[in-house]
Design a protein around this ligand. Sequence first.
Ligand SMILES: Cc1cc2nc3c(=O)[nH]c(=O)nc-3n(C[C@H](O)[C@H](O)[C@H](O)COP(=O)(O)OP(=O)(O)OC[C@H]3O[C@@H](n4cnc5c(N)ncnc54)[C@H](O)[C@@H]3O)c2cc1C
Length: 490
Amino acid sequence: MADITAFLSAAADLLGPRGLTRDPELMQSWLTDWRGRYTGQAMALASPASAAEVAALMRLCAEHGVPIVPQGGNSGMSGGATPDATGTAVLLSLRRMNAITRLDAGAREVTCEAGVVLQTLHDAAEAQGLRFPLTLGGKGSATIGGLVSTNAGGTQVLRHGSMRAQVLGLQAVLADGSVFDTLTPLKKDNRGFDLKQVLIGSEGTLGIITAATLRLLPAVAARQVLWVGLGSVAAARELLLMADTLAGEVLEAFEVLPLHSHHAVLAHVPGTRSPLGQDHAWYALIELAADQPRADALPDLAQALLEQGFEAGLIEDATVAVNETQAEQFWTLREEISASERAIGPAMQHDIAVPVARMASFVEHAVPLTEQRFPGTTAIAFGHLGDGNVHYHVIAPPGSERAAWEREEGKQISAFVHDLVTEWGGTISAEHGIGQLKADELVRLADPVQLTMMWAIKQALDPRGLLNPGKLLPTPAASRSALAPAYGGD
Ligand SMILES: Cc1cc2nc3c(=O)[nH]c(=O)nc-3n(C[C@H](O)[C@H](O)[C@H](O)COP(=O)(O)OP(=O)(O)OC[C@H]3O[C@@H](n4cnc5c(N)ncnc54)[C@H](O)[C@@H]3O)c2cc1C
C-alpha cells in the first residue's frame, strides 16, 4: 500500500512549487482528453524541469508504488494521456521541458526536450533553412514526446515515413528511474536490438521520453499545391498512381476527403471557401515539393499531372494554388476536418489502415455497408489514401444523445468497423495509437503471438505496471493471464 503522504511530501521537496500542484483548478483542463471522451482524476500534477527530475520522480513512484501517466500536449486521439477515475496516479506533464538543446544544421540534426511543441520545431528548423518532415493538424499543441510515444503519422508519411523514421536517438526514463540514453545518433549500430524503436509507439507504457534527436531535411524551395474534384474514391486511387509515376519522390502528400467533410469545414471554420465552383463527390489535396535543384520543374509537373488526369477522365475539375497564402488555405480545408466533424455532433472515429492498394475498394465497400447496418448514421472516410490509412468516422443519427449513443450503438459500430478492417488484412490503429479507447479491441483482434510478445516486454521493463496503467495493454487479469501467464505485476 502506497504511503501517499510520504510520497507527496518527497515529490514536493524534489520538484518545488512550480513542479508539483494538487490545485484542482490547475489540474482540471489536463484531466480530459482532446476529444472530450474521457475525464480522469490525478493525485497531483507533476511538471519536472529536467530529465534528472523525471528520473528522481520515477524512483519515488517506484519506491511508493505510485502509477504515473505521462502527458505532452494532450492532443492524442485515444485517451492515452488521461488518467483513470481512481485518482491514484500522478499526471506527469512534460510541457516545462521545452528546450531545443542542439540544432546542428550541417549534420541536419536537432535534439529537443520532450515538451517542445511541433510548431516550435518547425519554426526553429525553418530559421536555419531546414525543415522537419512531419506535420499534422495538432501541430500547435502536440509535443515531441507525444509524437514519439504514439509514433505519429500525419500528412507527409507518404514521402518521409512516420515519426519512427525521423528519430535518430532517444532519451527515456524507465520504470525503475534509470535513464536510457542514445541521444548521440549513430548511422550504423548493430549491437543487438534497436531499443529506441521499442520505446517509439509504446504510448508511455514502457518509459517516459525526455528528449529525442531528430533528422532534418533541406527546406522546401518550391511547392505546388493542387485541389482536385473527383467523382469517386477509386478515381482518387488512380490519380495517386499517376502522380506517383509522374512526380516520383517530389510527391509530398496526397490526401482525400469526401464532400461531407468539405461541407463540414466550410460550415464551421470562419473564412474558408471552396476552391472550385461546383461540388464534387470527392476531393484530393496533392502537394509536390522540391528543394532547390528540382524546384524549377514543379510547375510543369503539376500541369502534366492535371492534363493526364483530365485526359484519363479521372479529374472533374482542379485548381493549383497561385501563392503560399492560397496553398495554406487549401491545407486548412484538410487540417480542419477533425475539428469540424467534431462540431457536427457525436461520431465514432476509427483510425484504420488496410494494404495501400486496397483502401479505395475498402471505402467503397465499407461506407454503404455501415450505413445499411446502422440506419440513420453517416459514414465518412478522409485522410491519407497514399498510406492506405483513412480516418473512418461514423456520425450518429441526428438528435442522438452522445453518451448513450456512444455506449450502445457506438460500441457496436466500432466492433463492426474493426471486424471489417481485420477481414481486409488491416489494422485498428494506423497512427493514433491504442490508448484506452482501443485497448479491449486490441486484445479481441490482435494476433495472440504479438500480444504475448508485447506483454513479455512490458513485464520485463515495468513489472509493477506503474507506467500509464490501463493504456495500450489492458490490465484485466483475465486477458493478462490468458495471453501471458508470466505477467506478474500490478
Ligand atoms: C486536429 C488534430 C489533428 C491530428 N492529426 C493527426 C494526424 O494526422 N496523425 C497523427 O498521428 N496524429 C494526429 N493527431 C493526434 C495527436 O496530435 C498525436 O497523437 C500526437 O502525437 C500527440 O502528441 P501530444 O504531445 O499531444 O501527446 P498526448 O496527447 O499528451 O499523449 C499521447 C500519448 O503519448 C504519451 N506521452 C505523451 N508524452 C509522453 C512522453 N514524454 N513520454 C512517454 N509517453 C508520452 C501519453 O501518455 C499518451 O499515451 C491529431 C490531433 C489533433 C488535435
